[in-house]
Design a protein around this ligand. Structure first.
Ligand code: IMP
Length: 422
């Protein structure tokens, strides 16, 4: 039995969707354990592009079971739209998708508050996806949230929703924003509740019983290590634990049932939203955007791009316990003559080998670079390690060594076939 946790080893958008799809082949169950529809996991099957926000990518293979775990925050209306979209594309969802009874709901006031708080922060904004993620997790921590189990009990839902809307309307009024209509929200979310009821289950029990039959479980991480609420570049983070531990708390599967951790990282670095990114570089950003790459799957925003940061991903390997690495988007570097890798940070006289916890110091940090010769040839035709240019192999070996984990997968394009297994 091999239960695998897959995490993003950078700031999200590492290409996890594709790697999850590849690893799903050897899994029986795929579980999402944190985040919400701020995530956007892209998978190409043939010419068809699928972008999944809440439903685990395993749904694209009809023999796999998928679970949205207790640690995820769910906008029910959004989930219904996603399910209907998948059904339209011929994907089997009924009988394959289970949603935790204890997952918290994202409701319209969360989205409104997310937007209003960002406006109020002005130049100090986080650059959130405005999906209401922070306020929904805030309610969960404050023990005032509504959960899937409430949504499927109409009277309970109506009572709790009425109270939450009247309370949040006071806050929205203070922001100068328009209050919400209880009736409108209730009607839309009740309809979503009816539609979702058949999917709602005690997913802890499903996962426990599956583990008794030696089922192999893949935990699909969303966002990335440095967006983690505890271990990321706070406050420029999301509101969940995106690191490996989140897979346990967000599903109810204990740590001693986990067998390996796979870290996904790009051959360079990207970030969406605000916050420090020491290796950010206009030249590489322009090059990648010019190739039509690095636009967000959820918000369409252009991602900030920079050189590979071995200090940050090395720390990601430590905090997640990464056993194996999957490096994606190698082909994005195919036309670069000299490739830089950050191996340390400098802030005046101070030198850092770890990501400083002082966010202001981190924002001031200058990268210390090592240079590698580029391979200046397309890599997307390579299917085996030895088919990669020698300079690309040297680069990959170096970034894996600097990160401190074993290189296992290299992705040279978005398609399933454009993958090299080591
Ligand atoms: P939130 O999760 O919408 O609150 O956004 C908080 C921060 O996390 C912002 O910088 C977002 O751009 C970033 N973020 C959230 N989800 C993702 C993701 O799936 N990929 C990359 N960045 C994300």
């Amino acid at each position: 039995m091999a239960n695998t946790i897959l995490v993003g080893a950078q700031w999200g958008d590492e290409g996890k969707g594709k790697i999850i799809d590849v690893l799903t082949e050897d899994s029986d169950i795929v579980v999402r354990t944190q985040g919400g529809n701020n995530a956007g996991h892209t998978v190409y099957i043939g010419k068809q592009k699928y972008v999944l926000h809440l439903v685990p990518s395993g749904i694209l293979r009809s023999t796999k079971k998928c679970i949205i775990g207790n640690g995820v925050v769910i906008d029910p209306v959004n989930l219904v739209e996603e399910i209907d979209g998948l059904i339209k594309l011929g994907i089997k969802v009924d009988g394959n998708l289970f949603v935790s009874e204890t997952a918290h709901l994202v409701l319209p006031y969360h989205r409104e508050l997310d937007a209003q708080r960002e406006i109020l922060k002005g130049k100090n904004k986080i650059g959130t996806t405005k999906r209401g993620i922070g306020p929904a997790y805030g309610d969960k921590a404050a023990r005032t949230g509504l959960r899937m189990i409430d949504l499927i009990h109409p009277e309970r839902f109506a009572e709790k929703l009425r109270q939450k809307i009247s309370e949040n309307n006071e806050v929205l009024k203070a922001f100068g924003a328009k209050p919400l209509s209880y009736k409108k929200v209730h009607n839309a979310y009740r309809a979503a509740g009816d539609r979702l009821k058949p999917f709602v289950a005690n997913t802890l029990v499903i996962l426990h019983e599956a583990s008794l039959t030696q089922a192999e479980i893949l935990f699909e991480g969303a966002q990335g290590t440095f967006l983690d609420i505890d271990h990321g570049t706070y406050p420029f983070v999301t509101s969940s634990n995106t690191t490996a531990g989140g897979a346990c708390t967000g599903s109810g599967v204990p740590p001693n049932r986990m067998d390996r951790v796979v870290g996904v990282m790009k051959a360079y670095t990207t970030r969406v939203g605000e916050g420090p990114l020491p290796t950010e570089n206009a030249e590489i950003s322009d090059l990648l955007h010019g190739l039509g790459r690095e636009f967000g799957a959820t918000t369409g925003r252009a991602r900030r791009c920079g050189w590979f940061d071995a200090v940050a991903t090395g720390q990601a390997a430590i905090v997640n316990g990464i056993d194996e690495l999957a490096v994606t988007n190698l082909d994005g570097l195919d036309t670069i003559e000299t490739i830089k890798v950050c191996v340390g940070y400098r802030d005046g006289k101070a030198r850092y080998d770890y990501v400083p916890n002082d966010i202001e110091a981190f924002a001031r940090c200058e990268p210390v670079y090592e240079e590698f010769p580029g391979w200046m040839t397309p890599t997307n035709h390579a299917r085996k390690w030895r088919e990669l240019p020698a300079k690309a192999r040297t680069y990959l070996r170096a970034i894996a060594e600097l990160t401190g984990a074993e290189l296992k997968i290299v992705s040279v394009g978005p398609a399933r076939a454009e993958t090299i297994m080591l």
